[in-house]
Design a protein around this ligand. Structure first.
Ligand SMILES: [Zn+2]
Length: 504
């Protein structure tokens, strides 16, 4: 029998500033997968963390006039505090500057690659973007500037440790091409395969302690160099599982687990789909099974950046508009491929149209009708009424549609399957008009009484299905629906509004 263990990670962002909405997207996507698999009975470990050892953090701390550790601690706290506002079910957080598991694990990874003959020292000169923390070949620049940051990279010349990436070119092409290491969506896999086919060059994995401003993890037995921050950061995925410190934990969650899933943004794909698997191959460790890549968010048509004032604080957003509204927008509007543009108007429209008017109103109507027409006692009928075929089909299809959608990392299709239940239920009510049946019943119609029982029973089943399928996406609202449907001594609780309308 295959292992029930599934390990799900986000990237670990550097903490030179407070978190923005783009990272909230990744966290919420990872949370949905974690909750979905737990709901199905898998053992899940959902991990996030912070990349404390980046040179960018050091430079930002210098600008802020603070000691690096203090600055890093302060910003890291803002990242780890997102769990509450975003409703996240995080199991573990690793902070690379503080976590006692990290350095011993990283050193072990280094030594394993050294033993494989893949590390060597050489003089290097190149163009380095501090924003990316990577060297660029002149051909990769756009008008002499970093394609990600639009800044002019600095010329760096020093002696560094290198990793023999070139040795793994064919092997990487095979594992990705064959799907042994799955990259979704296919557009991104093809991009990686294209990059690998272009030939892989060895890359620098250390820098002088001077250039690192004395910050970072020293290279084992070479204290004049610190480990390159990407090597350091990528290592978090296994050091947090006890690689080098807790063999049983590591065995359970990495080498023995059924799936090892990384969620990443498109800008860091090369590190995760090329460098990281090569490091693991060199160290003789299993590869991740899935790399799920999301695109970027823009805000009001602008790339998210501090300088253009487009930073949106996800915690503040959730406190103003509600966790459900923020999660729903991220899951319902962001496409699988292509950037999505965030505006407050779009968030508000989605929340009001679909959560308040669609889902919330539906639940309220159904519970109210059961109170008005049946004193709060739902009829004990367990099949769907004749004439409710569209609604029953939406309920029955939802689990398979959600499974298929999440398997291909398509949160929009997943939430669409949930929305289809609410939409069909609202149309069913408007078509069948239970209030007319209640009128006929009061006039003495036995058929009408039986029909109304059958309609109310159909509707309560539909909103139970709605709540159940909504669980991974909006756990708070799903819990509320399940409480509304849970009879106490046969009677349902009085209706409570599920969502407040957002004033626009
Ligand atoms: Zn850059």
């Amino acid at each position: 029998m295959s292992s029930p263990h599934i390990y799900i990670t986000t990237t670990i962002p550097y903490v030179n500033a407070r978190p923005h909405l783009g990272f909230a997207l990744e966290l919420v996507q990872a949370d949905v997968l974690a909750r979905y698999h737990r709901h199905r009975g898998d053992q899940v470990r959902f991990q996030t963390g912070t990349d404390d050892n980046s040179l960018k953090n050091v430079l930002a701390a210098e600008v802020a006039g603070l000691p690096v550790q203090e600055f890093v601690d302060r910003n890291a706290a803002a990242f780890t505090a997102l769990g509450g506002p975003l409703g996240l079910s995080i199991d573990d957080v690793i902070r690379t500057s503080r976590d006692p598991r990290h350095r011993p694990g990283l050193e072990r990874l280094w030594r394993a690659c050294a033993r494989a003959g893949d590390l060597y020292r050489r003089h290097y000169e190149g163009l380095y973007c501090v924003g990316c923390e990577q060297f660029y070949a002149p051909a990769e620049l756009r008008g002499g500037r970093c394609p990600e940051h639009g800044t002019v990279p600095e010329q760096v010349a020093e002696e560094n440790w290198f990793f023999r990436l070139s040795r793994y070119t064919d092997q990487l092409h095979d594992v990705i091409g064959s799907g042994q290491l799955r990259i979704e969506p296919a557009e991104r896999r093809n991009e990686v395969l294209g990059f690998i086919s272009g030939g892989l060059e060895d890359f620098s994995i250390s820098r002088s302690t001077d250039r690192a401003h004395g910050w970072g993890i020293p290279v084992p037995r070479d204290p004049g160099q610190v480990i390159y921050v990407w090597w350091d950061a990528l290592g978090n995925y296994i050091t947090a599982l006890g690689f080098g410190t807790d063999a049983a934990d590591y065995q359970q969650w990495w080498s023995g687990s059924r799936r090892r899933i990384h969620l990443v943004g498109k800008g860091v794909l090369r590190f995760h789909a090329v460098y990281w698997p090569a490091m693991l191959l060199s160290a003789g460790q299993p590869l991740p099974t899935d790399i799920l890549v999301h695109d970027y968010l823009t805000v009001g048509g602008q790339k998210i950046s501090k300088s253009s004032g487009t930073t949106i604080d996800p915690a503040a957003l959730a406190s103003t508009y509600g966790t459900d509204a923020v999660r729903w927008w991220l899951l319902r509007e962001v496409p699988r491929v292509g950037d999505a543009d965030f505006t407050i108007e779009r968030l508000t429209a989605r929340a009001n149209d679909e959560l308040a008017n669609g889902l919330g109103n539906l639940v309220q109507r159904v519970i109210s009708m059961i109170h008005r027409y049946r004193g709060g006692y739902p009829p004990g009928i367990t099949h769907f009424a004749p004439g409710s075929e569209e609604l029953s089909a939406a309920c029955h299809r939802a689990p398979d549609l959600i499974q298929a959608a999440l398997a291909r990392f398509d949160f929009r299709s997943g939430t669409a399957a949930v929305w289809a239940i609410a939409d069909a239920a609202n149309r069913y009510i408007n078509h069948i008009q239970p209030w007319q049946l209640a009128k006929s019943e009061r006039g003495g119609g036995a058929d009408a009484a039986h029909q109304l029982d059958s309609v109310l029973a159909t509707l309560i089943q539909a909103i139970r299905a709605l709540g159940d399928n909504l669980t991974p996406f909006l756990p708070g609202a799903a819990e509320h629906i399940s409480q509304q449907c849970a009879a106490i001594s046969g009677r349902l609780p009085k209706p409570h509004p599920l969502f407040e309308r957002i004033a626009s």
